[in-house]
Design a protein around this ligand. Structure first.
Ligand SMILES: Nc1ncnc2c1ncn2[C@@H]1O[C@H](COP(=O)(O)OP(=O)(O)O)[C@@H](O)[C@H]1O
Ligand SMILES: [Mg+2]
Length: 162
């Protein structure tokens, strides 16, 4: 499926959606996570890592901009570009080298590095939902076949009709 919309009632639902995505990821993929502060991007990323079999801690990469995880079959890089403001930093930090055939890159705040970022297989947007903002909505667009398989996996896990 090319597009997907899912209601996420609570943080557990965000993690479950992330875990389904993580289990469906294949090496070489790029997934962007857009949404306001507190929308659930890092929660989703934690789910992704659990779905990839990572049992250790997952820090929000807001200070270092990137955290990396040596999984059994790939490297996962989790970026948070909220504090990215120095254009030279992309080259100085060697971020382009993280986007490889044997890695998966999960990118929070992709709009802050839009001109540098390689094309995403899946672009996810999270937003506040509900009268008291107690839940979230997830909207996703896939632009590759690998990305479409990920959306189908999330839909199946979350009981979304296809
Ligand atoms: N679907 C959801 N409904 C309600 N709260 C959620 C949901 N998903 C995540 N949260 C909560 O939102 C807060 C912020 O989440 P976080 O993942 O740190 O956001 P971001 O990385 O987008 O800034 C956390 O307390 C988290 O538990
Ligand atoms: Mg975050």
């Amino acid at each position: 499926m090319r597009t997907l919309a899912v209601a996420l009632a609570d943080a557990g639902a965000t993690r479950r959606a992330g875990a389904a995505l993580g289990a469906a990821l294949t090496p070489g993929m790029v997934v962007t996570l857009a949404g306001d502060l507190g929308a659930g991007k890092t929660t989703l990323a934690r789910g992704v890592l659990s779905g990839c079999g990572w049992a250790g801690p997952v820090k929000s990469p807001s200070f270092a901009l990137v955290e990396h995880y040596p999984l059994s079959n790939l490297y996962l890089y989790h970026f948070d570009f909220y504090r990215f403001d120095e254009p030279g930093e992309w080259d100085d930090a060697g971020f382009a080298d993280c986007f490889r055939d044997d890695s998966v890159c999960l990118v929070e705040w992709p709009e802050r590095v839009a001109s540098r970022l390689p094309a995403a297989d899946v672009a996810i947007s999270l937003a506040y939902a509900g009268p008291e903002h107690e839940g979230r909505t997830l909207d996703a667009v896939a632009t590759t076949e690998a990305g479409e398989r990920c959306l189908s996996a999330i839909a199946a896990a979350m009981g979304v009709a296809r």
